[in-house]
Design a protein around this ligand. Structure first.
Ligand code: CA
Length: 691
């Protein structure tokens, strides 16, 4: 019995290795593509590091990424060189064995662009193809770099400069084309994906995901299909959303490119498309011919999306035995909480079962592929699960073809929703240029947040779950202390490896979830690990650096407010040769005595609301920072004195602190200042005297 099972395992592995080899023309020792191969399984066939010896894993080397902001990249390893990105689209090329720096590239993004990103100035990695390294900078430029020197071969601007687009995703290479999307749906942009000639940077095709100005002709035939599903006439002035900000997968068997489409802009369909409609291609998986961009099929996960439920989460291709035959499927666990298995040949739904609590719909009808009992929100606060951050976000899940399990970094969460008061009272929402325009009620949300303790109120939690896609259930789960945790790697060594938001990197036995090895890296992790082999030695590499959408909260160091320096690093491990990590002692946490309050209680209350709308996204709810962006309760006397100049004149723009003079006046900024002073005074007794 055991030997039969082992034989089956080895056979499956051999097949997986062969497929991988044919897939990317590189050795199975490399990590040449975002998900390692085009199936995007994030499965390494290497097994030198395995369940029997992983407890001997030790640090080989580490490399400082010179940023305190979030790190999210998948390192790419080709021909012994590791290419990693930090923030803003900066690239480092390192000797993958020794860590020796070969070159660095800085796209020199203006710091003021920091304001255009919903979720930190992050970057999820490069693409490699025939001696070139491709990276997209945060301000929307795409670069081809010489892989040996880092010199720029070509550079193109992928955005038109009229809307606050950003790019955080990794470009992907398909045949001789380089593909890139963008982000910015919270600000009011119109999403699209572009294909460029990899050698020259020439634009080959562009696919818009939502219709544009109805007075103008459709850019491509698919826009005629989409336009029929939008109502009213104003959506296009608010962008419509639908950004392709992360996932793309190429299917070699069907010669199709799949990409995931994001949420609507603004969020509530009641504002965006009064009267309903599916609002294609929001929250959809779209399959196109990679040569022409012509659509083959689409599948919409959340019709009429209103909850920030993107379908941009990573997609995994696999062959699964379903109904007595081997089906070629695509698997995705989008934000909306349902795990989708889709037939890649037709785009038809095979199954969709909830992998986390999902209250926005009762279930997905298997025949129509549509959600049933879909809830909408109006004037009153509605609590729905998952939250806008999703049951699963961009942190990639992984599929192990040997255990046949999908390892998902899951978040059990809920969010509060109500329509914007402006919309209810005036039937319009003010469009704030280059800022969030999501059309929900911040006032009510602020009240709720202000009345709760962000450190202890939440019922939300994160876990790593080993999901059986055929039985739609977890074989095992591991509950984290943190809501947000890193992406996942699984290997033929029967391992699942994931970095926690708590700063601990763990290796689990893939079938049981038992923790076989754990190492405290002292920096919260978001990025997924990768594995590669050089000169007969296997390595595990991971970027550690807290930030991203979790920039404002959730860092365990954060709750200690300012005690974690969050100086990002790339860590590389191998067997034996254990080295101590160069740990730094945690900073003492003290709040400096702030100036006197000079405003009234009404000023402070107004300041709290403005803070929530404009400041909390980065500096943290209730002025408690996660340690990524400065904690405003700890600013110096001179910063207090320069508060107005910093916020209204852009004194610190070079560091990424934007100028808000177009959105806020002196009176409003003073009230925010009053609120921060009040919050500092409230917390002084707690922080300066406890422990
Ligand atoms: Ca979004």
């Amino acid at each position: 019995m055991i030997s039969v099972r082992r034989y089956q395992k080895q056979y499956t592995l051999l097949v997986a290795c062969l497929i991988a080899l044919f897939a990317n023309n590189s050795t199975s020792d490399d990590w040449p593509l975002h998900g390692r191969d085009y199936k995007d399984q994030r499965f390494s066939p290497l097994k030198q590091i395995n369940e029997n010896n992983v407890n001997q894993l030790g640090l080989a080397w580490s490399f400082e990424m010179k940023t305190h902001r979030g790190l999210q990249a998948t390192p790419i390893m080709v021909n012994g060189v590791l290419y990693v990105t930090g923030t803003w689209g900066k690239v480092a090329a390192l000797n993958a064995q020794s860590g020796e720096k070969l070159w660095e590239f800085d796209p020199e993004v203006p710091g003021k662009w920091g304001r255009y990103g919903c979720c930190d100035a992050v970057n999820r990695g490069v693409a490699y193809w025939e001696g070139s390294v491709y990276v997209a900078s945060f301000d929307g430029r795409l670069f081809s770099l010489n892989a040996e020197t880092g010199d720029v071969i070509w550079e193109v601007d992928t955005i038109d400069g009229t809307a606050p687009y950003t790019i955080t995703g990794a470009p992907r290479i398909v045949k001789d084309k380089i593909l890139i999307g963008n982000a910015g749906a919270e600000y009011g942009v119109r999403g699209y994906i572009s294909a460029y000639q990899a050698r020259t940077g020439k634009l080959e095709w562009r696919f818009f995901t939502v219709p544009g100005n109805p007075d103008k002709p459709f850019e491509h035939p698919e826009m005629a299909i989409a336009a029929k599903t939008w109502k009213g006439s104003k959506w296009w002035r608010m962008g419509g959303g639908g950004t392709v900000w992360d996932s793309m997968t190429y299917d070699e068997e069907f010669d199709l490119l799949y990409f995931g489409v994001g949420n609507g802009s603004p969020w509530p369909q009641a504002i965006r498309s009064p009267g309903g409609g599916d609002n294609l291609f929001l929250s959809s998986i779209v399959a196109v011919d990679p040569d022409s961009g012509a659509m083959s099929w689409f599948y919409q996960t959340t019709p009429g999306e209103s909850l920030d439920f993107t379908a941009t989460q990573n997609m995994i291709l696999a062959d699964l035995p379903i109904g007595g035959k081997l089906r070629k499927v695509l698997m995705q666990a989008p934000k909306n909480g349902f795990f989708y298995i889709i037939d890649r040949s037709t785009g038809k739904l095979i199954s969709a079962d909830n992998y986390v609590k999902a209250t926005w719909a009762t279930h997905i009808d298997p025949l129509s592929g549509r959600p049933v009992g879909q809830k909408v929100y109006g004037e009153n606060l509605e609590i729905m699960s998952p939250s806008p951050a999703g049951g699963h976000n961009w942190q990639p899940m992984a599929y192990n073809p040997v255990t046949k399990l999908v390892y998902i970094p899951v978040r059990e969460s809920s969010g509060v929703f109500a329509l914007s008061q402006d919309w209810i009272k005036h039937g319009e929402i003010p469009i704030r240029e280059n800022w969030w325009n999501i059309g929900v009620d911040w006032e009510k949300y602020t009240e709720l947040t202000e009345n709760s303790d962000p450190n202890h109120s939440s019922n939300d939690f994160g876990f790593l779950g080993a999901w059986d896609p055929l039985k739609s259930r977890y074989n095992w789960t591991y509950q984290h202390s943190n809501l947000v945790n890193g992406g996942v790697l699984t290997t033929a060594g029967n391992l699942v490896i994931q970095g926690g938001g708590d700063g601990i990197l763990r290796a689990h036995q893939a079938e049981t979830g038992d923790i076989l090895w754990a190492h405290d890296l002292q920096i919260g992790m978001l990025a997924p690990p990768v594995s590669y082999k050089i000169d007969g030695k296997q390595y595990i590499a991971i970027l550690a650096g807290w930030g991203g959408a979790a920039i404002a909260s959730g860092n365990p160091g954060a709750l200690e407010a300012g005690t974690s320096d969050n100086l990002g690093k790339l860590f590389v491990f191998h067997l034996g040769d254990k080295k101590n990590l160069p740990f730094k002692p945690k900073k003492a946490k003290t709040l400096s005595y702030p100036p006197e309050i000079y405003g009234t209680q009404a000023n402070i209350k107004g300041g709290a609301s403005i803070y929530m709308q404009y400041c909390s996204l980065c500096h943290g709810p209730r002025a408690v920072s996660s340690g990524v962006i400065p904690d405003l309760r700890m600013i110096s006397e001179s910063t207090h004195q320069r508060f107005l100049q910093i916020v209204l004149e852009g004194e610190l723009e070079g560091l990424g602190m934007p100028n808000f003079s177009d959105l806020l006046n002196t009176r409003q900024v003073k009230s925010v200042h009053q609120y921060i002073i009040q919050r500092t005074r409230e917390d002084m007794s707690v922080y300066n005297h406890s422990k």
